[in-house]
Ligand binder design. Structure first.
Ligand code: ADP
Ligand code: MG
Length: 314
């Protein structure tokens, strides 16, 4: 199969249709119509074999995860994802692998009504770059800056499971039921688009916790020129961490990335109303502290050093 039939079979034919795609795959550029009164948000993420996933993973999971990693950035900005482009570098044209990859890709895009609108296909070491485009009502994007002193800090779900799953990749004697729950958290994350209405109504700042809570919250603090006072007891640590790594559980929850949960801030006066609204929606978010004037991450046991994933760490 050559480059063009490959694009046609695996990407163009199964691509979901949207009225706002005037034309997509097949021209030198896609043409998209942004509705009046909407702002356009654009974000790119690359996943490299051996760094973000292992070569022997089911290609369905590789594609699924790549979409969620990208869509999570839209969720963090309170944007609705609409369109996605895919730059794919492949070592070969293995049709079995491509079939699974395309299944995972289109399943994940279908879930959020995102159209695949183009990309590029090249030969080389396996690498996946996606650019997602989303929209938000004019002026409504939620940024990392914007948190106010006194605001409540929230996280959107249990943390640390994906980091524990990464540690299992090199082998473990954990029982297989728990292992598969953890692996599923790593390989099949769900972007938190279900929180969009909450973020649009309440959030003063937000970001996704892809690099680890302490590192990412520190980014929000710096962007908002404030610090955070955290109650470590309130951090939602995934139950399987408490079960299998009780000594490291809090540490993994604070510094482990890859969970794709969100961290956001809201006016402290909104806390009770927000908790009630979340309960009505059947969702759980956890207040873990407040924004404070003094820079840094403060806890009852002193300052916390922000730690998380960085590609060029010594
Ligand atoms: P160009 O010659 O400009 O690089 P290509 O020949 O690479 O264009 O691509 C042909 C068409 O297929 C374009 O519309 C491009 O956006 C689309 N395309 C290429 N690779 C992919 C892919 N992996 N997924 C989706 N669309 C793709
Ligand atoms: Mg090309």
């Amino acid at each position: 199969m050559n480059e063009f039939s490959l694009i046609d079979v695996f990407f163009k034919k199964p691509a979901l249709a949207r009225d706002d795609v005037l034309f997509g795959i097949g021209d030198d550029a896609a043409c998209l119509r942004v509705a009046p009164g909407q702002d356009l948000l654009v974000s790119t993420d690359t996943l490299v074999a051996g760094v973000h996933f292992l070569n022997d993973w089911d290609a369905f999971d590789i594609a699924w995860r790549a979409v969620m990693v990208n869509v999570s950035d839209m969720a963090a900005m309170a944007a609705t994802p609409c369109w996605l482009s895919l730059a794919l570098t492949l070592p070969d044209n293995n049709e079995t692998w491509l079939t699974r990859f395309a299944e995972g890709l289109h399943a994940a895009l279908q879930l959020y009504n995102i159209a695949l609108i183009g990309g590029d296909t090249t030969r080389g070491p396996l690498s996946i770059t996606m650019t997602v485009h989303g929209t938000v009502p004019e002026g409504g994007a939620v940024r990392r800056r914007g948190a106010q002193c006194g605001d409540t800090i929230w996280v959107s779900g249990d943390l640390g499971a994906a980091a524990l799953a990464v540690s299992l990749l090199t082998g473990s004697d954990m029982d297989s039921a728990d292992q598969s729950i953890l692996m599923n958290k790593l390989k099949r994350p769900r972007a938190r688009l279900d929180l969009l209405p909450i973020l649009r109504s309440y959030a003063t700042a937000a970001l996704d916790i892809s690099d680890g809570l302490s590192a990412d919250l520190n980014h929000l603090c710096q962007a908002s020129a404030l610090g955070a006072c955290l109650s470590l007891d309130a951090i939602p640590v995934h139950p399987l961490l408490k079960k299998h790594r009780p000594d490291q559980a809090l540490d993994l929850a604070l510094s482990g990335g890859d969970d794709y949960e969100l961290c956001f801030t809201t006016a402290s006066a909104d806390k009770a109303r927000l908790l009630a609204e979340l309960a009505d929606m059947g969702l759980s978010c956890y207040p873990i502290g407040n924004m404070v004037k003094e820079p840094g991450l403060h806890t009852a046991s002193g300052l916390l050093t922000p730690r998380g994933y960085s590609h060029f760490q010594d």
